[in-house]
Design a protein around this ligand. Structure first.
Ligand code: HEM
Length: 163
C-alpha cells in the first residue's frame, strides 16, 4: 500500500453512505469542477489556493476546487460537496464546504467535519499529510438528513499539496 496520493484532497466521504447510494435504484452522482473519482470511489478535489496557509506554522486554510453531488429518492435526497477547505489551528483541523443553503451564490461556508491532523512529510516538494481521521460536526448533521449524529466517523482525508 504505497500508492502515491495525487495532488489535492482525496476523500472517500463515508463508505456506508456510498454503499447506501449504490443500493439506491435511482441514485445519481455528478463530479465536476476539476474533481474526479477513482475505481475505489475516492474523490479527488484539486488544489485551489494556499494563500491563507502558513507553511512555517502549519496553520491556516488550504482550499480545494471541485463539486460532487448525489441525488436520489426521486429528488428528495440531495447532497452537494463543493469547494472543500481544510483549516488547521493549533488544536486540530476542520473541513468546511460551500454551504449548500447559500446555493447558487455559495457565499457561505459550512463546517462539516472535525479532523485529527496526524503529521506530514515532504514528498517531492509537496506536503503530504498523513490520512486524517474525521468526525461529523453538529453543523453538518442536517446535510445527511439527521441520520448521523455529531461525532459520527467519516472516512479519512488525505492531502498532498505544494505549500
Ligand atoms: C424518500 C425519502 C427517503 C427514504 C425512503 C430513505 C430511506 C432510507 C433507508 C431505507 C435507509 C437505510 C438503507 C440502508 O442501510 O441500505 C436510509 C439510510 C440513509 N439515508 Fe435515507 N431515505 C430518504 C431520504 C433521505 C435523505 C433526504 C437523505 C439526505 C442525505 C438521506 C440520507 C440517508 C443516510 C445518510 C443514510 C445512512 C446510510 C448509511 O451510512 O448506512 N435519506 N435511508
Amino acid at each position: 500500500m504505497s500508492a502515491t496520493v495525487p495532488e489535492g484532497l482525496m476523500w472517500g466521504i463515508k463508505k456506508s453512505f456510498l454503499g447506501y447510494l449504490n443500493r439506491m435504484p435511482d441514485a445519481r452522482m455528478s463530479v465536476t469542477g476539476g474533481a474526479s473519482v477513482d475505481v475505489r470511489q475516492r474523490f479527488l478535489f484539486p488544489p485551489d489556493s494556499v494563500d491563507d496557509f502558513s507553511a512555517e506554522s502549519g496553520e491556516g486554510t488550504i482550499r480545494f476546487g471541485g463539486d460532487v453531488r448525489f441525488s436520489g429518492h426521486h429528488g428528495m435526497m440531495f447532497v452537494m460537496l463543493t469547494a472543500p477547505a481544510v483549516t488547521f489551528t493549533p488544536g486540530g483541523a476542520t473541513l468546511s464546504i460551500a454551504d449548500p443553503e447559500s446555493y447558487p451564490v455559495l457565499d457561505r461556508r459550512l463546517d462539516l467535519l472535525d479532523l485529527q491532523p496526524a503529521g506530514w512529510t515532504d514528498h517531492h516538494g509537496a506536503r503530504l499529510f498523513a490520512p486524517m481521521p474525521s468526525a461529523l460536526r453538529a453543523e453538518g448533521v442536517a446535510l445527511f438528513n439527521d441520520v448521523y449524529p455529531a461525532g459520527e466517523p467519516f472516512d479519512t482525508l488525505s492531502i498532498r499539496v505544494a505549500v
